[in-house]
Design a protein around this ligand. Structure first.
Ligand SMILES: [Cu+2]
Length: 143
């Protein structure tokens, strides 16, 4: 009798051991991808390029570690060019936060959740005077 009981309980414990860890890691992977970027004077760090899938949502966290105002506009290269033009001549003005853009004062952290719904090239760009031209951008390819 005791022997029979042990034969039943061992496979049950083994089965639990096999099932639980994969369940735990699946739960972690199913959330949106998180990307952290530091903003310094005048670059995004780490220097990186991103690849995302069409329809993917990425939650960005931007931390301004610099001494001046920085921003992050997510959009196509032509969106970047349009905003660069818009910001030129405005001095160091902070743009209002919207679904595709945030600006951070020194020491400030902001999150931005963005869904890449079109295939092609996107960028994250800072359009405070001269920053974009100095290379304050991150290239993103959406497939
Ligand atoms: Cu900047």
């Amino acid at each position: 009798m005791a022997m029979k009981k042990r034969l039943i309980s061992i496979p049950f414990v083994v089965l639990l051991g096999l099932l639980l860890p994969p369940l735990a890691s699946t739960a972690q992977l199913s959330g949106p991808r998180k990307v952290n970027l530091l903003l310094t004077d005048n670059a995004y760090s780490p220097k990186t390029t991103l690849k995302v899938r069409k329809g993917e949502t990425v939650v960005f966290t931007f931390v301004n570690r610099g001494r001046v105002l920085h921003e992050a506009l997510i959009g196509t290269p032509s969106d970047q060019a349009a905003h660069e033009k818009e910001m030129s001549g405005m001095g160091n003005m902070a743009m209002a936060d919207e679904k595709d853009r945030v600006s951070m004062k020194p020491g400030q952290t902001k999150k931005l959740s963005f869904t890449f719904d079109k295939v092609g090239s996107y960028e994250i760009g800072c359009h405070q005077p001269t920053h974009y031209k100095l290379g304050m951008k991150v290239s993103i390819t959406v497939n």
